[in-house]
Design a protein around this ligand. Structure first.
Ligand SMILES: C[S@@+](CC[C@H](N)C(=O)[O-])C[C@H]1O[C@@H](n2cnc3c(N)ncnc32)[C@H](O)[C@@H]1O
Length: 311
């Protein structure tokens, strides 16, 4: 997927790029290797630990600008106001966020039930679970985790928190596991709390609304010919990216209440189809198994001039 991202972004030596999800800089390093001295790279992440790594590794590079915050705010930064030749959004959580128990993302490691990518913003998972109503919890588990036991889990959370606050990841993982039906013997199963943890994390970090706002902000900031590359990790995100690209690339199907198709001016074109990690990458990084990459190119004033083919 790394090579596919670099190819998709089609990096120009003197171009201006945004990595909106720096993480630990795997993709940023690749972009910098391809940029000349006149190129610029804006690095963003919500996570202060990611930003500390960016400062340490790239803070002295005159081509790099670093900002802590959500990629939804990319238009605030002067580097982005010059127009961008490429935007990369590699969504979801980073390996260090999952692996460090103290961040509270993992059902496999006991830690404080936090799950915030930016620990200085919004409610932690524990704070939200302490105050949310039963129906709200069930909706989050169902909408963001497709958890079939959402109502039963929500009911148990509300009953359990009346006895004792739910503040640890192990407490929540055990509570969810206790209400799930037992799997059939020999059946290979994911951890029973996987879907609930995913759902609560998406909710606490406002991941889907950030994605929608981030796509709009990237679209507005890209120059004609600029490339947008988005890696998503579950179908909810991929659906948003796919529909976003289609909405800007294709005239809507005939409908009396929508503007006529001939008035539609495409502002993006999809570059190839959705791509997945190949077997070599999966062998080295099993977490990439659900990753999907989509790439699109911003069109200019005269879309016909640059809309030849899909590559
Ligand atoms: C999958 S990791 C990125 C890995 C990175 N591409 C690399 O090569 O190391 C996702 C990162 O995006 C950050 N993130 C997620 N949503 C964000 C948002 N709305 N704005 C800024 N950063 C975000 C997370 O904090 C995390 O560090």
């Amino acid at each position: 997927m790394y090579a596919q991202v670099m190819e998709g972004l089609r990096i120009l030596e003197d171009g201006i790029y945004l990595d909106g999800t720096f993480g630990r800089g795997g993709h940023a390093r690749g972009v910098l290797q391809r940029l000349g001295t006149g190129g610029r790279l804006l690095l963003m992440d919500k996570d202060p630990e990611a930003i500390a790594v960016a400062e340490h590794e790239f803070g002295a590079d005159p081509r790099v600008a670093i900002h802590r915050g959500s990629f939804t705010d990319l238009a605030h930064w002067s580097t982005a106001q010059h127009g961008l030749d490429g935007v990369l959004l590699d969504l979801g959580v980073s390996s260090p966020q999952l692996d460090v128990a103290g961040r509270g993302f993992s059902f496999g490691k006991d830690g404080p039930l936090d799950m915030r990518m930016d620990p200085d913003s919004g409610e932690s998972a524990a704070q939200w679970l302490a105050r949310a109503g039963e129906a709200e919890i069930a909706d989050v588990l169902w909408n963001y985790g497709e958890e079939r036991m959402s109502r039963r889990i929500a009911r148990t959370i509300v009953a359990r928190r009346a006895e004792q606050p739910i503040t640890r990841t192990a407490q929540l993982a055990e509570l969810v596991a206790s209400v799930m039906p037992r799997g059939k013997p020999g059946q290979k199963e994911i951890h029973p709390a996987t879907r609930s943890f995913q759902a609560i994390r998406i909710h606490v970090n406002r991941e889907l609304s950030d994605l929608e706002a981030g796509l709009d902000a990237a679209h507005a900031a890209l120059r004609p010919g600029g490339r947008l590359a988005v890696i998503s990790f579950h179908s909810l995100e991929d659906r948003i990216v796919k529909r976003f690209i289609a909405r800007h690339a294709k005239a809507p199907a005939g409908n009396r209440r929508l503007p006529a198709a001939e008035d539609f001016v495409p502002t993006l074109r999809a570059i190839g189809d959705a791509r997945k990690a190949d077997s070599t990458e999966l062998a080295g990084n099993p977490r990439a198994r659900s990753a999907v990459l989509r790439v699109a190119e911003k069109l200019g004033e005269n879309p016909a001039a640059c809309a030849g083919g899909t590559r």
